[in-house]
Write a protein that binds this ligand. Structure first.
Ligand code: HEM
Length: 155
């Protein structure tokens, strides 16, 4: 197996763990477990950051992919995959920034003497968070096809 295939296989596993953690985080908040939600999303965010760093290093060491032999379908799948990843990054970052605005509120601490969180910020966080989780799942699905195509072309 060549180094690029190893990199993308590990990246797919990483994205699978990110989606698993995000779904776990959604289930936790729906059960009212705010701390478990925060922890899951934090580890998922760290794994995404680790992927971005590894991707930059991969570009530097191994270069980009030669797509001249990719079918039109494979190229379109890649564009859709990249779009999912970009939406995941932007909505995830915004959801995170909004969460920081209510991190010290009673909604998170459970202590009624702490300041109340703004309902608008909570709602915006919920919507952006859902967009991030859905696009991460879309990114994972399309990544499976990207990797399958790479493996098929390598044989
Ligand atoms: C990028 C990281 C994060 C993502 C993607 C995310 C995602 C989500 C999602 C999808 C929901 C709505 C769940 C549903 O469908 O009902 C939600 C709700 C919530 N999240 Fe996060 N979350 C993140 C980080 C955080 C952090 C760091 C905190 C705590 C400081 C937090 C606190 C909350 C709370 C309190 C709610 C409930 C909001 C409400 O009452 O409507 N989240 N989050």
């Amino acid at each position: 197996m060549d180094a690029k295939l190893v990199f993308w296989t590990l990246s797919l596993v990483n994205l699978g763990v990110v989606v698993g953690l995000a779904l776990h985080g959604v289930r936790a908040i729906r059960q009212g477990r705010v701390e478990a939600h925060r922890r899951s999303m934090r580890v998922a965010g760290l794994l995404v950051a680790a992927f971005l760093l590894a991707y930059l290093l991969k570009l530097w060491w191994l270069g980009g992919e030669d797509k001249s032999h990719w079918s039109a379908l494979a190229q379109w799948n890649l564009y859709i995959h990249e779009a999912f990843v970009i939406v995941m990054l932007l909505s995830g970052l915004l959801a995170w920034a909004l969460a920081m605005r209510f991190a010290k509120s009673a909604r998170v601490s459970g202590d009624p003497s702490d300041p109340a969180a703004s309902p608008v910020t909570l709602r915006a966080h919920r919507i952006l968070g859902r967009i991030a989780v859905i696009s991460a799942a879309g990114g994972l699905l399309t990544a499976c096809f990207v990797l399958a195509g790479m493996i098929a072309r390598a044989h």
